[in-house]
Design a protein around this ligand. Structure first.
Ligand SMILES: [Zn+2]
Length: 322
């Protein structure tokens, strides 16, 4: 989510996030509908949400939550009035004093591949660091993960690739990310204090070009604007599909209802590439009724976009269980 591995570079402070951590967000208002998840196996844990895409079995895996005070939120830091941002949250029934962003990497069993989409924060930024426990609750040991597909190399997506001792969390997994993202991660590692992480994962990293088939059922999709090689992943089985859009959209309220609001976490905010990507995702999602997965949207992050006047609204597939 943030431009570098260190929150300070985004104008945030780690202390502020840790101090605000632990807040719980309420269930999203309305929008609960029947869904394919109704036919999925029951969750073994409140931190796991199993569901299907065609013949594929997937699970949302809760890693924790980022809590960003309004004054330090990326929209206010980019110039939006705090009252405007908190007003959007209040109108949606969310707490008005901070932006709550869930963190939930996605598990996909793709044939004989056990795939994780992003690796969580590894306890950084005040998160609970429950990814491995959630994975085990879904019936998968870390050693069984064969591929980790990275949307981008910010700390809340790659921090969980190593444990507290700096060893690989998923020792047998290939770590796949786009070539421009890996280049940027290596170039910015020292400044971001991420040198040890980059060194630990380097032997496992394999890069691809945007549009590549990352695994048999998962295709990489370039979603420009957040980071140099920011990548979404389209998961397809039969006639069903799901788009994991990474950090193209951060907040299910602010990013969806006000996609043109600049965000200091986006590298290309000045060039408006991130806003254009958001607009494209929202327009296409609403027009085609696409099923989306938001890694930072309220758990479990599944839902669709609908038009509301000149803007859009997020319609979650299931209400947050807590
Ligand atoms: Zn993020």
């Amino acid at each position: 989510m943030t431009p570098t591995f260190k929150l300070a570079a985004a104008g945030l402070t780690l202390a502020a996030l840790i101090g605000a951590a632990g807040c719980q967000r309420p269930a999203e208002p309305s929008g609960e509908t029947a869904s394919p998840s109704d036919a999925a196996p029951a969750a073994a844990s409140a931190d796991v949400h199993p569901f299907t895409v065609g013949a594929l079995r997937l699970a949302a895996l809760r890693d924790g939550e980022l809590v960003v005070p309004i004054a330090e939120s990326p929209w206010v830091e980019a110039g939006a009035p705090a009252a405007e941002v908190s007003g959007l949250l209040t109108a949606a029934g969310a707490p008005a004093d901070a932006v709550h962003l869930s963190v939930q990497p996605l598990l996909v069993r793709d044939g004989d591949r056990v795939v994780l989409l992003d690796a969580g924060a590894g306890g950084q930024m005040g998160t609970a660091n429950t990814l491995v426990a959630s994975l085990r609750a879904a019936g998968v040991e870390p050693e069984q993960v064969t591929d980790v597909l990275i949307s981008h190399a910010h700390g809340d997506h790659v921090g969980g690739l190593v444990n507290a001792q700096g060893a690989l969390t998923f020792p047998k997994a290939v770590i796949r990310m786009s070539a421009p993202e890996w280049t940027a991660a290596q170039a910015g590692a020292e400044k971001a204090g991420a040198g040890p992480l980059i060194a630990a994962i380097a032997p496992k990293v394999e890069t691809f070009q945007p549009g590549a088939q990352a695994t048999p059922s998962i295709r990489a999709v370039a979603l420009d604007g957040h980071m140099p090689g920011h990548t979404g992943y389209e998961i397809v089985s039969g006639s069903e599909r799901l788009l994991y859009f990474g950090d193209a959209l951060h907040s299910s309220i602010i990013s969806v209802q006000r996609p043109d609001l600049a965000n200091v976490w986006d590298r290309d905010r000045a060039a408006a590439a991130a806003a254009a990507t958001r607009r494209g995702l929202l327009n296409r999602g609403a027009t085609e009724g696409l099923r989306y997965y938001g890694v930072h949207f309220p758990f479990p992050g599944l839902g669709r976009v609908e038009r509301k006047g000149e803007a859009y609204v997020w319609v979650p597939e299931v209400a947050a269980p807590r």
